[in-house]
Design a protein around this ligand. Structure first.
Ligand SMILES: [Zn+2]
Length: 103
């Protein structure tokens, strides 16, 4: 079993510590080449297309960040288990974790 895995409640799972660590590395790499789209950056430096199946990765390389970010927001809203809602102004509410808004 590699260091990727940790045992929690008798179940092996991927170590959650990798998330902040990997995001920090992504941030550092992206700061070195800030004009690259996220998909382009991932294909160039994180998951080179040689390691995957060429054509299958094109969608990732050319995907614009606004679309990627919309998908990330959508996934975040779907994955958000318990909205941490704050009242912003009037009757407007916002989840601090996923950005979900409600009037
Ligand atoms: Zn939420």
């Amino acid at each position: 079993m590699s260091e990727l895995w940790v045992k929690r409640n008798n179940i092996y799972m991927r170590d959650p510590k990798r998330i902040d660590r990997m995001c920090e590395k992504l941030r550092k790499i992206w700061r070195e080449c800030p004009d690259q789209r996220l998909g382009q950056l991932i294909e160039n430096y994180i998951i080179p297309s040689g390691e995957m199946r060429g054509e299958a990765t094109c969608w990732l390389f050319y995907k614009e960040d606004d679309e990627t970010e919309k998908q990330m927001d959508k996934s975040l809203r779907e994955l958000c288990q318990h909205h941490r809602v704050v009242r912003t102004h009037g009757d407007h509410y916002l989840c601090l974790d996923c950005g979900y808004r409600e009037v």
